[in-house]
Design a protein around this ligand. Structure first.
Ligand code: SAM
Length: 272
């Protein structure tokens, strides 16, 4: 899109690959993403990687409070200039991976972003690890391949997608094509909505849950019992599966996330 190229040239900069800079140029897709964000009643929005402000602008104009985290110094200066008359925007020039989400979010903040592809999974893990006890929703764009794995019901399911779906309902809300960006990436993208499930996860040991899931998905072709037996007592696993009425021949990808979480809780509950 010439407009984006022109803006970058005027700023004496260029689209940086190392920062995953593919800027959204399709106006109707930008409007759709903004509409999905604005559909949520919350006033507080945190945007990761605002870039040139394509998604930011409609949000700022709707008078929501928006905090933007952008690593690129040139782009943050440009945004400061663009939105200098707006009081409802805070611009932070920082690497999002160094930001403590809890300290900048409120109970109802929604976290959004067309994520830099090279660190999109890291950002998602951070979102889940730091905010899973809260009620914060997320709306993020990922490369299609990653998005498909996250929403997969079977087969492509893995440790990461199961962890996310223990805590969130995940829904694809928009498909985005290569030519909806400038410069166009080599791959398609999808926008996913993450809605927190109401599960009680207070005092949850996330490191133990990670170890459990890593073990459960050690080999997708093996039965879950055999995978888990590498770390936990096999008889105990058999009796937990029996109690939960799970076929003991089931493979990890065949077990729904809520059940997986129950298995984890029961394994760690000494009274069982
Ligand atoms: N939101 C804009 C859009 O949709 O056109 C830009 C999206 S672009 C895919 C990703 C943005 O994230 C870029 O502006 C990039 O500079 C920024 N970014 C890359 N790595 C970052 C990091 N570690 N922390 C914060 N922002 C980052």
């Amino acid at each position: 899109m010439p407009g984006i190229k022109k803006e970058l040239t005027q700023l004496n900069t260029f689209a940086k690959k190392s920062y995953g800079q593919n800027f959204l140029s399709n106006k109707s897709k930008i409007d759709k993403i903004a509409e999905e964000i604005l559909n949520n009643s919350t006033n507080d929005i945190i945007e990761i990687g605002p870039g040139l402000g394509a998604i930011t602008e409609p949000l700022v104009n709707q008078k929501r409070n928006i905090i933007c985290i952008e690593k690129d110094k040139v782009l943050i200066e440009n945004l400061k200039n663009k939105f200098k008359l707006k009081k409802n925007i805070t611009l932070i020039n920082e690497d999002v991976l160094k930001i403590d989400f809890k300290s900048i979010s409120s109970e109802n903040s929604i976290i959004v972003g067309n994520l830099p592809y090279n660190i999109s999974t890291k950002i998602l893990i951070k979102f889940v690890n730091e905010l899973h006890e809260n009620t914060n929703k997320g709306i993020f764009m990922f490369q299609r391949e990653v998005a498909d794995k996250i929403i997969a019901k079977k087969i492509k399911k893995n440790q990461l997608s199961s962890k996310i779906k223990i805590f969130y309902e995940v829904k694809e809300i928009l498909k985005v094509n290569e030519n909806d960006f400038w410069p166009p990436p080599k791959i398609k993208s999808s926008v996913l909505l993450f809605t927190p499930k109401k599960i009680s996860s207070n005092n949850l040991n996330m490191k133990e849950l990670d170890k459990f899931l890593q073990c459960a998905f050690f080999s997708n072709r093996k039965k879950i019992v055999n995978n888990l037996a590498n770390k936990y007592d096999k008889d105990r696993i058999f009796s937990i599966l029996k109690k939960l009425r799970i076929n003991d021949k089931a493979r990890p990808e065949e077990i729904n996330e809520d059940i997986l979480f129950r298995i984890f809780i029961m394994i760690n509950n000494n009274k069982f």
